[in-house]
Design a binder for this molecule. Structure first.
Ligand SMILES: Cc1cc2nc3c(=O)[nH]c(=O)nc-3n(C[C@H](O)[C@H](O)[C@H](O)COP(=O)(O)OP(=O)(O)OC[C@H]3O[C@@H](n4cnc5c(N)ncnc54)[C@H](O)[C@@H]3O)c2cc1C
Length: 377
C-alpha cells in the first residue's frame, strides 16, 4: 500500500498532522496502537501560543468546539489553573472567586468525582457550597460493579437521560449562582451541554472527573472522523513493528495486523508519544526510542535523570528524540531525510520553539505538515 505520508501514532499530534495533510490533498495513513493522552485530557490545551487560532479552526472543521479566552479553570481536585484555549466543556472563570454559592451535584455511587475536595477548595476562595446526589434508574446496572461506574460508561447513558438529571437538580437548586456537574455529558451529542447550561437560572460548570476523560475521548473521536471524512486511512488498534531504511531514507513500515503487507510512503511522521504511550522507553540504564533506534538527548548518569524532590521539575521529562531544525529525527548523529518526530516524543528538547504539552503536539504537527506540504524536504 502506498501513501504520500504515513503517521505512526494517532494521538493529538498524529491526528493534527494527518488532518492538515489530508486537507492539502495528500493521501495519508495513520497507524494507531491504542490509548493516548487525550483519554486523560483535562480540556485545557497548554502552551498553545500562536497556534491558537489555527488549531481552533482545524478543530471547528472537525466539530470540536473550543473556548478561546484567558481566564481560570477549576480542576477536578479544586485547584485553579490559568488557561487560554480549552474545550468548550470547560467553564472559564475571570478570577479564582467562581461564585457566591455553588451547588455540587454528583451521582450516587460515582467515586471518580471529588465533590468534597471541590467544596473545600472553593470555600477557601469565598464560595459557599452544598453537595447533593442524584440517582438515575437507568444507571443502576452500572452500580452493580464499581469498575463499571466510570465516567465514560455514565456518559453513554447520560446523552439520553440528561433531562432526568436536569429535573432532579431543579428540585435541589436553591439560591446558588453556580452548579458544578461531573464531565459526563455530550459524549456523542454535544448539544446536550448547551441544553443543560440553559436549563437553569444559575451558571453550569462541567468539572473533570478521574480518567477516562469524556471530553478528551469525544475530541479524539471527532478528529479521527474528520481525518477519515477527508479520505484518510486510520488503522485503529494496529501497531508499527518495524521499518525499512536505506541511506537515511525510510521506505516502508510493517504493522502487526497487516502481516507481510508494507506501508510505503514518501514521508513518515513519528508521533508515538512519550513514556506514557511507549514512544520513549526507559530501562534502569537506558532511555530509547524502540522503533527506529533514534538518538535521545539524555545524560548517561542515572542520578541526573530525576530530582529527589517529588514536586520539582523532573529532568527525565526533558529527554526526547533529537531532531534537526525541521524536526527531522536524528539517528547516529545524522538527520533521516524523510522521518519527522512530533509531539511528546520530543520531551522538552524543543520547548523554546514549540512549548510543551498539547501546545507541543499541535505546534510541531503544524510545523511538519507545513514542511511536507511546502515540498521543503
Ligand atoms: C496522562 C496525560 C495527560 C495529559 N493531559 C494533558 C492536558 O490536559 N493538557 C495538555 O496540554 N497536555 C496534556 N498532556 C500532555 C500530552 O502529552 C499532550 O497533550 C498530547 O496529547 C500528546 O500527544 P501525542 O500525540 O504527542 O502523544 P500521545 O497522546 O501519547 O499519542 C501517541 C499514540 O501513539 C501510539 N503509538 C505508540 N507506539 C506506536 C506504534 N509503534 N505504532 C502505532 N502507534 C503507536 C500510542 O498508542 C498513542 O495512541 C497529558 C499527558 C499525559 C501523559
Amino acid at each position: 500500500m502506498r501513501f504520500d505520508t504515513v503517521i505512526i501514532g494517532g494521538g493529538l499530534a498524529g491526528l493534527t498532522a494527518g488532518i492538515s495533510l489530508q486537507e492539502a490533498g495528500q493521501k495519508v495513513a495513520i497507524v494507531s496502537a491504542g490509548q493516548n493522552a487525550m483519554h486523560f485530557f483535562s480540556g485545557n490545551f497548554e502552551e498553545i501560543g500562536t497556534a491558537r487560532e489555527r488549531v481552533s479552526a482545524l478543530f471547528a472543521s472537525a466539530g470540536v468546539r473550543t473556548h478561546s479566552s484567558d481566564g481560570w479553570m477549576l480542576m477536578p481536585m479544586g485547584s485553579m489553573r490559568e488557561v487560554s484555549l480549552t474545550l468548550d466543556d470547560v467553564a472559564v472563570f475571570p478570577d479564582k472567586h467562581v461564585a457566591e454559592k455553588a451547588l455540587i451535584v454528583n451521582y450516587t455511587g460515582f467515586h471518580d468525582f471529588y465533590g468534597t475536595f471541590l467544596a473545600e477548595a472553593l470555600e477557601k476562595n469565598g464560595t459557599t457550597c452544598r453537595i447533593r446526589f442524584v440517582r438515575i434508574p437507568e444507571m443502576e446496572h452500572l452500580r452493580l460493579s464499581p469498575s463499571e461506574m466510570r465516567s465514560v460508561n455514565i456518559a453513554r447513558v447520560m446523552d439520553e437521560h440528561w433531562e432526568k438529571v436536569v429535573s432532579d437538580i431543579r428540585v435541589l437548586l436553591k439560591d446558588e449562582d453556580l452548579i458544578l456537574l461531573p464531565q459526563v455529558f455530550g459524549l456523542k451529542d454535544l448539544s446536550v451541554l448547551d441544553k443543560i447550561r440553559t436549563a437553569f437560572p444559575a451558571r453550569v460548570a462541567f468539572i473533570g472527573t478521574m480518567p477516562p476523560s469524556v471530553p478528551g475521548i469525544r475530541t479524539q473521536m471527532l478528529l479521527k472522523r474528520r481525518f477519515e471524512v477527508l479520505g484518510g486511512t486510520f488503522l485503529m488498534g494496529d501497531e508499527v513493528t518495524s521499518a525499512a531504511m536505506h541511506e537515511g531514507i525510510v521506505s516502508s513500515v510493517t504493522t502487526r495486523n497487516l502481516d507481510t503487507a508494507r506501508l510505503f510512503a514518501d514521508h513518515f511522521i513519528l508521533a508515538t508519544g512519550g513514556y506514557f504511550s511507549k514512544g520513549l522507553v526507559s530501562t534502569p540504564t537506558l532511555v530509547n526510542e524502540p522503533l527506529f533506534g533514534l538518538d535521545i538527548d539524555y545524560p548517561e548518569d542515572r542520578n541526573a535523570w530525576y530530582d529527589p524532590d517529588f514536586f520539582a521539575d523532573q529532568p527525565y521529562l526533558n529527554f526526547g528524540v533529537k531532531t534537526d531544525e525541521s524536526l527531522r529525527a536524528v539517528k547516529d548523529g545524522v538527520p533521516l531525510q524523510n522521518l519527522y518526530a512530533i509531539g511528546s516524543i520530543l520531551g522538552n528538547t524543543r520547548k523554546a520553539d514549540y512549548g510543551s504539552a498539547a501546545g507541543l503536539a499541535i505546534r510541531t504537527a503544524f510545523a511538519v505538515a507545513d514542511t511536507i506540504k511546502g515540498g521543503n524536504v
